[in-house]
Design a protein around this ligand. Structure first.
Ligand SMILES: [Zn+2]
Length: 178
């Protein structure tokens, strides 16, 4: 309980399809608390359950400056996408890797809250980008799957180091981590 280790690429758990949450009980509450405290121990703005080794469909995000706006999305489904946003993304599970990713700039998302109540939210800007990055995690997708082959080639060296478990020099993060 509490802060969890963040699963790192190329761990196969990052490539799994996560199971929908079916029980809205105290163990779900504990998982949400673990996700939140682990997120708050990083400089990231979002964290999904598979990133702490729990293959369930949920994630948390908080875009405030002072950890005051925790949002929990359980079994999220993106029902609408519009517009275009290109943001330099980085992932807490791929330290040292950052790349521009094309996403929708506005999304509608249907999800349950911690009590199992369903709601639909429309979000734009960085909130929308974060929702798309985290929802991808729940289906085994990483942001490096969404960049061009040429860009991925440029990241090859860093990815290889991660794959061979060599330490990657961490540039102080000016980019947004999810
Ligand atoms: Zn990520």
């Amino acid at each position: 309980m509490g802060n969890q280790l963040i699963v790192q690429y190329p761990d196969p758990r990052l490539r799994e399809h996560c199971k929908p949450v079916t029980r809205f009980d105290s163990s779900l509450g504990n998982l949400i608390d673990d996700l939140a405290s682990t997120l708050y121990s990083t400089t990231g703005i979002g964290l999904s359950a598979p990133q702490i080794g729990q293959l369930q469909q949920l994630f948390v995000m908080d875009l405030s400056d002072n950890q005051s706006d925790l949002q929990v999305y359980i079994n999220p489904v993106i029902t609408q996408k519009a517009g275009l946003a290109i943001v330099e993304e980085a992932c807490l599970s791929l330290p040292g890797v950052a790349a521009n990713v094309m996403r929708a700039s506005t999304v509608s998302v249907q999800a349950k809250d911690r009590h199992g109540n369903i709601r639909e939210t429309k979000l734009s800007g960085m909130h929308a980008v974060c929702i798309q990055h985290e929802t991808d995690h729940l289906h085994g997708k990483l942001f490096i799957d969404r960049i061009s082959a040429i860009r991925r080639l440029r990241l090859r060296k860093t990815l290889k180091s991660l794959e061979s478990n060599t330490d990657v020099p961490l540039n102080s993060s000016t980019y947004t981590q999810f």
